[in-house]
Design a protein around this ligand. Structure first.
Ligand code: 15L
Length: 265
């Protein structure tokens, strides 16, 4: 498949572009930044909030699918978050329609349901329950994907990524970790699963202490292999672990998390 990867210069992007390449896909990179040193791919320097620039990138070569990883991975004010996650997604979807590209894999986030109290395993049927404007942006981007799937027949898989790290670093990560290899497995499955329509999965490894249900992902062909529990002995407990376990969004859901939109007292 020839796959356009947005955010290709980012931390997930670099792992995914290399991984998809190793699996035999032809990757076209797209990012605000030029290709990192040593990355030898067709590459577009484009801001995905600009629909004309996105369309030009599509014009440059035929594509089979898009992996949309671009987006600011932390809290912003609401307009910033909507631009970063929703406007970019809509620009890509419109270019996909114009250029007859039928599949998109989206890097959503666990923070779409981050304010869910930590009790039972969270399924993909849980109420959207964002913990931040970042999470609101992810929920709204998923809604745009769902609309384009229903209205235009685009296949869209939203991957609600947990904590993408080389290895788990905190007690929360024992539940939220997504290993590099499993991330590639997840994207490959979401790209190739037959006719998902609009699908949602949780992008975590096969963690013994997982907080999210992996079954919807398995139904879409995502078979994670790694388990954060194998690193448990290396993880030192911290005073904030208990607060981070109150909601599945961890620190983003905490009372002290930076909230730029709150009026001053
Ligand atoms: C995310 O979606 C964020 O982009 C990342 O910064 C982490 O906070 C991660 O989730 C997480 O929940 O660990």
């Amino acid at each position: 498949m020839r796959v356009l990867v947005t955010g290709a210069a980012g931390s997930i992007g670099q792992v995914v572009t290399a991984g998809l390449g190793a699996l035999g896909h032809e990757v076209v990179g797209l990012d605000l930044a030029p290709a990192p040193e040593g990355v030898d791919l067709a590459w577009h320097v484009v801001d995905c909030t600009d629909p004309d620039a996105v369309d030009e990138a599509f014009e440059a070569q035929p594509l089979d699918a898009v992996v949309h990883l671009a987006g600011y991975p932390d809290e912003l004010d609401l307009p910033g978050s909507l631009a970063s996650h929703v406007i970019t997604t809509a620009a890509l979807l419109d270019a996909m329609l114009a250029h007859r590209v039928g599949r998109i894999v989206y890097a959503s986030s666990n923070h779409a349901v981050g304010r869910t109290p930590r009790r039972d395993l969270v399924g993909t049927d849980a109420r959207p329950r964002p913990d931040t404007f970042y999470g609101v942006g992810k929920v709204a981007a998923e809604a745009v994907l769902s609309l384009y799937a229903d209205r235009y027949g685009i296949d869209a898989v939203a991957c609600r990524i947990g904590s993408f790290l080389p290895r788990p670093e905190t007690v929360r990560n024992l539940s939220t970790w997504l290993s590099h290899d499993d991330c590639v497995r997840m994207v490959e499955a979401a790209l190739t699963t037959p006719a998902p329509g609009f699908g949602v999965l949780y992008g975590i490894s096969a963690n013994t202490d997982a907080w999210w249900d992996l079954e919807p992902g398995r139904a879409l062909g995502y078979q994670p292999q790694d388990d954060a529990a194998s690193y448990a002995d290396d993880i030192a407990p911290r005073p904030e672990d208990e607060a981070e376990a109150a909601h599945v969004g961890g620190p983003f859901a905490g009372e002290t998390f930076y909230r730029p939109a709150l009026p001053r007292a």
